[in-house]
Design a protein around this ligand. Structure first.
Ligand code: PLP
Length: 286
């Protein structure tokens, strides 16, 4: 495997950044994960848009132009011979002597790109059975709208899920509402078939898959409400599911000890997964 590290393509096994990289010292960096399908980057424009926004919010410079970045992403995919898989991109505030203050203005941002042939579509088998989620208190900072590499609460939550025999953890805010998963957005379907997901105006990351599913749902005449929903409402929902570039649409069949619907993947979630596959297989719209 090959990784792109600060201007060079190097063997993945030997790819390294300096111990004074601010990503390592302070989690002072952001990332993106983008699906590769048939060699194409799915929803690339939306991912690069969000990267630019994350960087802007943290006052980190874009490490290169969008065109150059696109070329690096594609070249990394090519060098790793990835047809169906994922590409990972991380940008940090660069290498500088450890100090909480921003480094000198001429400090170059650090950039790393990797690609692997683990396709999100390989979750199709898991989607047939659906997954269990557990609820955990949302103990993250308030700027979860920025896709930073500071993911310790997410790591703890995901591990807690695994140790409880579940696949994902849903964060619950102080009002008892679901914010999102440790690395996924959360959705429910009400008794009358309305899709409900929390608005992306605080408390969650604006997932690219979430944006695409909102678009696909509208195009197919599904009713959608962007509003907060409680853990209690979720447990009584007709269906529940999660979305992310790495998991696509994944039906949820259990939340804590409550079976969702009849305990099998719901028809709307299953249908939306198929529609996402169509979206990824056909020419990208963005
Ligand atoms: N929410 C969080 C906290 C995430 O980390 C992610 C993805 O990693 C998502 C939501 C889903 O975002 P996307 O659909 O862009 O993968």
């Amino acid at each position: 495997r090959i990784a792109y590290v600060n201007g060079r393509y190097v063997r993945h096994a030997e790819a390294a950044v300096h111990i004074e990289d601010r990503g390592y010292q302070f989690a002072d960096g952001v990332y993106e994960v983008c699906e590769v399908r048939r060699g194409r980057l799915i929803d690339e424009t939306l991912h690069v848009d969000r990267l630019e926004r994350s960087l802007r919010e943290l006052r980190i410079a874009m490490p290169m132009s969008r065109a150059a970045l696109g070329a690096v992403l594609r070249e990394t995919v090519r060098r790793n011979v990835v047809r169906d898989g994922m590409v990972y991109l991380q940008v940090t505030r660069g290498v500088a002597p450890r100090n909480h203050l921003f480094p000198a203005a001429d400090t170059a941002p650090g950039i790393v790109v990797t690609a692997k042939s683990v396709s999100p579509a390989s979750g199709d088998k898991r989607a047939e059975g659906g997954i269990a989620v557990i609820s955990v208190p949302d103990n993250r900072w308030e700027r979860v709208d920025i896709k930073t590499v500071g993911l310790l609460p997410n790591v703890m939550a995901k591990q807690a899920a695994k140790e409880a025999g579940a696949y994902e953890a849903w964060f619950i805010d102080k009002d008892g509402n679901v914010t999102e998963g440790s690395s996924t957005n959360a959705w429910i379907v009400t008794a009358d078939g309305t899709l409900v997901t929390r608005p992306a105006n605080g408390g969650i990351l604006r997932g690219i898959t979430r944006t695409v599913i909102l678009d696909l749902a509208a195009k197919h005449g599904l009713k959608v409400e962007e509003r907060a929903f409680s853990l209690d409402e979720a447990k009584r929902a007709r269906e529940a599911f999660i979305t992310a570039a790495t998991t696509l649409v994944m039906p949820v069949v259990k939340i804590d000890d409550a079976a969702i619907g009849n305990g099998a993947p719901g028809s709307i979630a299953t249908d939306l997964r198929a529609r996402f596959h169509d979206h990824a297989e056909t020419a990208p719209r963005w």
